[in-house]
Design a binder for this molecule. Structure first.
Ligand SMILES: NC(=O)c1ccc[n+]([C@@H]2O[C@H](COP(=O)([O-])OP(=O)(O)OC[C@H]3O[C@@H](n4cnc5c(N)ncnc54)[C@H](O)[C@@H]3O)[C@@H](O)[C@H]2O)c1
Length: 270
């Protein structure tokens, strides 16, 4: 997929991974609508990007992805301004085990809502141009992050939802590919809250686990993760695919399927 003048939407775009995704899209010639709940950081980033890429390449919108009204309204404004949506990255996410309903509403609810709302603008049967949606999960979407069971559940949910929606999109000929990115720990502000009682609540006594995992395996830079994101955007053969990335490298994940990739330890039911 050639990104020149493609219209992209990135949620949670004001900092961290979202910001890296915005920048790699801009460097590849796309226009980007940034969505974030943090208005001051978003405005600040917009003016930095204006200087580097020009004012007409980006727009910043304040919205909370867990609000149907906010998210729907902002996508309508984006289509009003840019004319269409070609690429969506549902990236906004938090870790908060104490306020776990909020974590589910943002991490999983925001991805579901963003995917459904954007498809209305993107799918070919609605006169959209097709395109690609990349949903940001985590290595916690493939295995447990010990002191964050709710975060783990939401990220597993993102993987399952996205794979199922990719199958729907293919069967219904939406013309929209839907893929998932699962990064290991990345140096962002999200990582810094993982040892705070406000965020991990009753699991606070386990806070050392994250530090040990980081000491043993290291941490990714956001710009490296952005390169993996770009693979999922550009490679038109990828739909329903899950790409994991850790400090050792990136690899597509194989899931059990009837007849192949089955778990290797058979169990007798006699
Ligand atoms: N940092 C990591 O180690 C890591 C690893 C794997 C996956 N991820 C995932 O990557 C994504 C981005 O994380 P990050 O590390 O860049 O975090 P971050 O905290 O640096 O940035 C997240 C951004 O999302 C915004 N946001 C939060 N709630 C929002 C909402 N309701 N509506 C709109 N915007 C909202 C925040 O204001 C912030 O700008 C998340 O989904 C996270 O789960 C992060």
């Amino acid at each position: 997929m050639d990104l020149k003048d493609k219209v992209c939407v990135v949620t949670g775009a004001a900092q961290g991974l979202g910001r890296s995704f915005v920048e790699i899209l801009l460097r590849n010639g796309a226009k980007v609508a940034l969505i974030d709940v943090n208005k001051s950081l978003g405005d600040e980033l917009k003016s930095t990007l204006d200087q580097e890429y020009g004012r007409d390449r980006t727009e910043f919108y304040t919205a909370d992805v867990s609000s149907e009204e906010d998210f729907k309204g902002v996508l309508e404004k984006i289509v009003g301004t840019f004319g269409r949506i070609d690429i969506l990255c549902n990236n906004a996410g938090i870790i908060n085990e104490k306020h776990w309903e909020k974590t589910i509403a943002i991490n999983l609810g925001g991805v579901v809502r963003g995917t459904y709302l954007a498809l209305e603008h993107m799918k070919k049967e609605n006169s959209g141009n097709g395109g690609v949606i990349v949903n940001i999960s985590s290595m916690a979407g493939l295995g447990p992050l010990p002191m964050a069971p709710i975060y783990t559940a939401t990220k597993h949910g993102v993987v399952g939802f996205s794979r199922a929606m990719a199958a729907v999109s293919k069967l219904a000929n939406y013309g929209v590919r839907i893929n998932v990115l699962c990064p290991w720990f990345v140096k962002t502000s999200l990582l810094s809250v993982m040892s705070s009682e406000e965020h991990i609540g009753s699991f606070f006594p386990l806070k050392g686990i994250a530090d040990t995992m980081l000491e043993n395996h290291g941490c990714l830079e956001a710009d490296v993760v952005a390169k993996a994101f770009l693979v999922l955007v550009k490679d038109e053969s990828k739909n329903g695919d899950v790409l994991m990335i850790d400090p050792e490298g990136a690899a597509f994940v194989s899931f059990p399927e009837r007849g192949k990739n089955m778990p290797s330890t058979p169990v007798s039911l006699e």
